[in-house]
Design a protein around this ligand. Structure first.
Ligand SMILES: [Zn+2]
Length: 257
C-alpha cells in the first residue's frame, strides 16, 4: 500500500492510500486534486473516509461519490452528505484487503473519528489518519469539545506504537514548532526537528507524515504531564497545577500566540 499527500486549499493535505489499482481518499475537502491524482496514478476510487464534518474535509465528498460510486464512511453528523455509513469507536472496516480500525476522538469536534490501519503483512508501520485532532508539534483547536476530551483523545494516540505514521490534515508544523520552542527552548530533539522541517518547507516538501514516537518527544500537547512543560505554561496561566490544567492553558495560549 502506498500513501500520497495531496495539497489542497492553502495548507490542507488530502490523503490517498492505494494499492496501485484502487484507492481510499481520506477527508477530500476538494474533489479536483483527488480526480487529478486518480488520473495520474491510474487508480479507481474505492472508498472515502471522513474524520469530521468541517467543510475543508468533506467539500469534495459528494462529487467524488457521485462520479466514482465510492463507498463513504464517517461519523454521525448532519453536514456529511448522504449516502454514507456511520462508524463508531472500535468498528473495523475491510477495504482493499486491509483492516482499518475506528477511534472516536472528540475535542476539535464532538463526533470526530480517527482511522488506524492494521500492521501490514511485511510488518509495515501502522498509519493513523487523525484529521484535525493531532498536528505535528500541535493539536486541533477545541471548537466543540473540552480540554479533557481532547486530552483523552490524544492519550489514545500516545498509546499507539512509536513507529505509527501520523497523517495530519494540515501543514501547520512550522508555526506549531515556533510555539513548542517557546514552551521547551532547551529540547534538543525539538530544535533538530525544527531545523529539519524548515529545510523541507524551503523545498516545498510536506513535513508529514510524522511518527507517534517523535510527537511524544517534541509536541507540547502530548507533554503536558511533564513538570518542565507545566512550569512554562505558568507564564500564560499561573494556576496551572496538573496535566489537564496545563493542556488547557497551552491550547488557549496557542490560539493567540
Ligand atoms: Zn476541522
Amino acid at each position: 500500500m502506498k500513501l500520497v499527500a495531496l495539497p489542497a486549499f492553502t495548507d490542507n493535505y488530502l490523503w490517498l492510500w492505494h494499492n496501485g489499482q484502487k484507492a481510499i481518499a481520506i477527508d477530500p475537502g476538494q474533489a479536483s486534486p483527488v480526480f487529478e491524482a486518480l488520473d495520474n496514478l491510474k487508480l479507481s476510487l474505492e472508498a472515502i473516509l471522513v474524520t469530521h464534518h468541517h467543510k475543508d474535509h468533506i467539500g469534495g465528498v459528494q462529487e467524488l461519490q457521485q462520479k466514482t460510486n465510492a463507498r463513504v464512511f464517517g461519523p454521525e453528523h448532519s453536514a456529511i452528505p448522504n449516502p454514507y455509513q456511520v462508524l463508531h469507536a472500535k468498528d473495523k472496516i475491510e477495504l482493499l484487503d486491509q483492516t482499518i480500525e475506528v477511534l472516536e476522538v472528540p475535542g476539535h469536534t464532538l463526533s470526530h473519528l480517527a482511522f488506524l490501519t492494521a500492521q501490514g503483512a511485511g510488518r509495515e508501520a501502522q498509519i493513523l489518519f487523525c484529521g484535525d485532532t493531532l498536528f505535528s508539534g500541535g493539536c486541533g483547536r477545541l471548537f466543540e469539545g473540552t480540554p479533557g476530551q481532547m486530552l483523552s483523545s490524544l492519550a489514545a494516540f500516545k498509546s499507539l506504537a512509536d513507529d505509527t505514521q501520523v497523517c495530519c490534515a494540515h501543514e501547520y508544523t512550522l508555526s506549531n514548532l515556533k510555539f513548542a520552542l517557546h514552551i521547551e527552548p532547551q529540547n534538543t530533539q525539538l530544535l533538530n526537528y525544527n531545523a529539519h522541517c524548515q529545510m523541507l518547507r524551503e523545498q516545498s516538501l510536506p513535513t508529514l507524515p510524522s511518527r507517534i514516537g517523535l510527537e511524544k518527544e517534541i509536541n507540547p500537547f502530548l507533554r503536558a504531564h511533564l513538570p518542565s512543560v507545566q512550569q512554562s505554561a505558568k507564564e500564560f496561566d499561573p494556576t496551572v497545577a496538573d496535566e489537564l490544567s496545563c493542556f488547557a492553558a497551552l491550547r488557549e495560549w496557542k490560539n493567540t500566540f
